[in-house]
Design a protein around this ligand. Structure first.
Ligand code: V1P
Ligand code: CA
Ligand code: ZN
Length: 388
């Protein structure tokens, strides 16, 4: 069979909308959507597009967002342009009630996590449409792995933008998968807690959510403690692995593999969604975890090995050359060609971004000076017990 259960080959499909290169959160904002264009350009320059089916899909419709988001919020997103926001006081108030637009800290400084950006609705419909198309491709059974690096916006709530995320493509994709598959495992390796996805399915026993994240005072979003395990019918179907900064490949995988392995064994999901936020990489501008690209990609390789339909999504990641290197390397892992791609980054339109890494992918580089703490090992024991 083309999926070769025990072999290296997988039938992979891939979503990319070049419109992402024009999406701009504003000067000084940490979120740089162009990193997805950089990843795509790198994927193309390595020839990996020949190993995948390109999903040529329309953007989502506003109606499709209603599978999770509420009507008022979707209407707001449809009306919200920078010009309308500036000229219409009512719209400005409504936007701010829904988490969009300036937020003031006590000192008066403006953090503006979720700015009113040009082409906001088009951006949301594009990345949500990509995740929905990827989910549909898995439902159709013709693909084993589906990729949308522009998705993975795990903080968005039903009626509220949060943490750079306006619509929650992950929740939409999981709901799509539930039309065909009975149980879906969601794994989140972004450096932040996958709070929006966890909350959406907190009382469901059809979806198990499992987030690994940095968990320290003042670290966004502040949720995802080890005691947060879901509620009602979904009790013990939400799992959290809080980590201290400095966690490296070895410490991470001493947790990741037993916990994910146990979740696979106990929950027996029919499909898996992996949010591959790349801010868990060493040297990220926002987070303090210290995974190498190889360590991050090991999560993809490990989950791919279970041969369940696998949806790979992007997420955070704020040192953009690292992000693009990571998602390109993970694309290679998905198609089974990670050993065939050259260390040297090929000449391509974005190659100047890779100067600081010597124009090499550097996926084998171990994070320097990192350690894992005993506290995190205890977390594994407790968590695996919770699964018994
Ligand atoms: O800390 C906060 C908010 C602002 N206070 C009201 C609390 N926001 C964080 C948001 C991080 C979002 C991460 C998203 C993801 O998980 C998925 C895409 O990766 C924040 C931070 C920070 N250092 O945590 N916002 C910003 N920095 C920021 C920086 C520059 C411009 C605007 C926002
Ligand atoms: Ca996470
Ligand atoms: Zn993040």
């Amino acid at each position: 069979s083309p999926s070769c259960p025990d072999g290296r080959k997988r039938r992979v499909c891939y979503y990319y909308d070049p419109g992402i290169s024009n999406v701009d959160y504003g000067e000084g904002h940490s979120m740089v959507p162009r990193r997805v264009a950089m990843a795509h350009s790198l994927v193309a320059s390595y020839g990996l597009l020949n190993d995948m089916t390109r999903l040529r899909t329309r953007p989502a419709s506003p109606e499709e967002l209603l599978a999770f988001h509420d009507q008022k919020y979707v209407d707001l997103l449809g009306r919200l342009t920078p010009a309308a926001y500036m000229s219409d006081g009512n719209l400005r108030r409504t936007a701010e009630e829904h988490g969009i637009g300036p937020m003031r800290r006590l000192d008066g400084a403006c953090t503006n996590d979720n700015p009113v950006i040009d082409g906001l609705m088009g951006y949301c419909l594009s990345y949500a449409g990509g995740s929905l198309a990827a989910a549909r491709a898995l439902c159709g059974g013709d693909h084993d792995v589906a990729i949308n690096w522009s998705g993975g916006m795990h903080h968005a709530c039903r009626g509220h933008a949060n943490g750079f995320c306006y619509v929650n493509d992950i929740v939409l994709a999981i709901k799509q998968l539930l039309g065909r598959f009975r149980r879906v495992l969601y794994v989140d390796i972004d450096g932040h807690h996958g709070d929006g996805v966890e909350k959406a399915f907190a009382d469901s026993n059809q979806v198990m959510t499992l987030s690994f994240h940095q968990y320290e005072s003042q670290f966004f979003p502040g949720t995802g403690s080890i005691d947060d395990v879901g509620e009602g019918a979904g009790r013990y179907h939400a799992l959290n692995v809080p980590l201290k900064k400095g966690m490296d490949d070895q410490g991470y995988h001493e947790l990741f593999k037993p916990i994910v392995g146990k979740a696979m064994q106990v929950f027996q999901p029919d499909a898996v969604v992996l949010q591959c936020g790349a801010d868990s990489l060493s040297g990220d501008r926002l987070a303090g975890l210290e995974l190498s690209v190889g360590g991050h990609a090991e999560c993809v390789r490990y989950l791919r090995g279970f041969n369940a339909p696998l949806l790979l999504l992007g997420g955070g990641g704020y040192t953009i050359n690292h992000v693009a290197s990571c998602w390109c390397y993970e694309t290679a892992v998905a198609v089974g060609k990670e050993d065939e791609i050259a260390h040297e980054i090929p000449h391509h339109p974005y190659d100047h971004y890779y100067r600081s890494q010597g124009y090499r992918l550097q996926y084998r580089t171990e994070a320097p000076g990192s350690r894992s703490s005993g506290e995190n090992k205890d977390a594994a024991v407790i968590r695996v017990k919770a699964l018994e």
